[in-house]
Design a binder for this molecule. Structure first.
Ligand SMILES: Nc1ncnc2c1ncn2[C@@H]1O[C@H](COP(=O)(O)OP(=O)(O)O)[C@@H](O)[C@H]1O
Ligand SMILES: [Mg+2]
Length: 244
């Protein structure tokens, strides 16, 4: 059974259909890619999964339990965490404080399974390669590093599934490579990762399954090798992306 299962999800904004009958799943211990052109509906699907948007049709299940109608904070408690395409950080706080805050919040609800926020923060800083930047204001660090801070904040909740919305944008080639290793490490520990990303080589390298969204519909799903040779995907997305 997949950890996350979206079935027949539809989302309409007024007359505009942003998602149509979307089936997307993600397994524990695996990185699942969700790719597609700008405006395809990737961020909208993340908003439906996390509860920022209520889908107009379809269901979303986590570990076989339906979460479609739950408030965002309840989904977070059930183990759903995300990062944002547009960074959402506390710009007046340091790198360390931004991450630590999430641990304090988690401890308020995870009564039986509290973490030591200080030790956990140090662990996450190290895991993300942020230790040297820990005391800098997030406002003054490069975007690529700020994306890692956002991911650190998500990790502090010890999520079952991590939804990443274009995490490599702003990271250079070497940073992206390191980042890919980190994602593989996280999924080795059992986390499910759903990755929205335009860096095709990163997606092809780390994902075991890729689902392709175009104009709000899934047009293909398969292994990286299958996706790279799928004619519909080449026409809709990869052809353009690889020319660029
Ligand atoms: N809150 C909203 N209100 C109206 N339209 C929206 C809203 N959010 C997204 N859309 C529309 O839904 C479509 C999919 O957008 P989005 O999910 O951001 O695509 P992607 O993340 O794949 O680039 C776009 O046409 C976008 O304009
Ligand atoms: Mg988006």
């Amino acid at each position: 059974m997949a950890l996350l299962e979206c079935r027949g999800v539809g989302m309409r904004f007024g007359g505009a259909v942003a998602l149509y009958n979307v089936d997307v799943s993600a397994r524990a211990g695996a990185i699942t890619g969700l790719i597609g052109p700008n405006g395809a509906g990737k961020t909208t699907l993340f908003n439906c999964i996390t509860g920022l948007l209520q889908p107009t049709s379809g269901t979303i299940e986590l570990e076989g339990r339906e979460i479609t109608g739950l408030a965002p904070f309840k989904r977070a408690r059930w183990g759903v965490a995300r990062t944002f395409q547009r960074l959402e950080l506390f710009t007046s706080l340091s790198v360390r404080e931004n991450i630590r805050v999430a641990g304090d919040i988690r401890n308020r609800w995870a009564r039986g399974a509290r973490v030591d926020p200080r030790a956990e923060t140090d662990h996450v800083l190290q895991l993300l390669g942020l230790t040297a930047l820990a005391d800098r204001d997030v406002a003054e660090i490069p975007t690529g590093m700020a994306r890692r801070v956002e991911m650190g904040r998500a990790l502090m909740t010890r999520p079952k599934i991590l939804l990443l919305d274009e995490p490599a944008s702003g990271q250079d080639e070497r940073e992206t490579e390191e980042f890919g290793e980190l994602l593989l490490h996280l999924c080795d520990e059992g986390t499910a990762i759903l990755l929205v990303e335009h860096d095709v080589s990163l997606v092809m390298k780390v994902c075991s399954l890729i689902q392709v969204l175009d104009f709000g519909s899934i047009i293909a799903a398969g292994t990286p090798a299958e996706i790279q040779t799928d004619q519909a995907v080449l026409d809709a997305y990869l052809g353009e992306e690889q020319k660029a």
